[in-house]
Design a protein around this ligand. Structure first.
Ligand SMILES: Cc1cc2nc3c(=O)[nH]c(=O)nc-3n(C[C@H](O)[C@H](O)[C@H](O)COP(=O)(O)O)c2cc1C
Length: 210
């Protein structure tokens, strides 16, 4: 092979290698960054405080390029778990209802967001019914995921928020999920009162930087 031919061939190979390398890096970086985020809300107040936090979080996450899917538990039909154990914690649930949507979207989600009002120091029953149905897919969702808690309550005592935070942390620990942020919004009672606080902005920023 002549010298000129050798240089020409070598530069073609090098360019091809560089292109493939960049391409792979690009895909890798993109894969790292873009997540599927599954939001579960629990309030029956459509424009309520926790739903507003979910809206803002979703806006930030979408703007950051993530794929956001949402399930508003209070407006869906999800039967409470009746402990028949037919699913054996990793199979088919006997109930054919809207939980099917949760099943289809949570298993491959990279991040799960819980948005709930405080009801008697716990999460709302609507959201709890959905979480209890995790039982039927327990084996499939016990894989590393990020998680976020968005919670609203009327009182301002920090101690009153502790049962929900502890529940959330214990659930994450059990499922091998990792906490990626919490917004605990106190002092918000009436619908829309959260709009007079800094919490929506914080939720937006959390979504943007998740
Ligand atoms: C059934 C019920 C129970 C509640 N329990 C509490 C409570 O234990 N502590 C509290 O501070 N606020 C409590 N609240 C007030 C809500 O947590 C508060 O209004 C919250 O911002 C509602 O969120 P949402 O607008 O997303 O539904 C309760 C409200 C309802 C309707």
């Amino acid at each position: 092979m002549k010298r000129r031919e050798f240089i020409k061939n070598t530069s073609i190979v090098l360019s091809a290698l560089m292109f493939t390398g960049c391409k792979n890096n690009f895909v890798f970086d993109k894969g790292e960054k873009k997540m599927k985020i599954f939001i579960l809300t629990g309030s029956p107040r459509k424009n309520g405080n926790s739903n507003t936090l979910a809206d803002y979080f979703s806006k930030g996450a979408t703007e950051a390029g993530h794929n956001v899917v949402r399930f508003d538990s209070a407006f869906k039909n999800v039967h409470p778990c009746s402990a028949c154990n037919k699913c054996n914690m990793d199979g088919k649930c006997v109930y054919k209802d809207d939980f099917q949507f949760v099943k289809e979207n949570i298993i491959d989600a990279d991040c799960v967001v819980f948005a709930t009002p405080m009801y008697y120091f716990g999460i709302s029953a609507q959201l709890k019914a959905v979480i209890d149905r995790f039982y039927s897919i327990n084996g499939k969702i016990s894989t590393p995921k990020k998680a976020v808690l968005l919670m609203t309550y009327a009182d301002t005592a920090k101690i009153e928020a502790e049962p929900i935070i502890l529940h959330y942390k214990t659930l994450l620990n059990y499922l091998n999920w990792e906490d990626s942020g919490q917004i605990i919004a106190s002092g918000v009672w009436s619908m829309g009162s959260i709009n007079n606080t800094e919490y929506p902005k914080k939720a937006y920023e959390l979504g943007k930087n998740i």
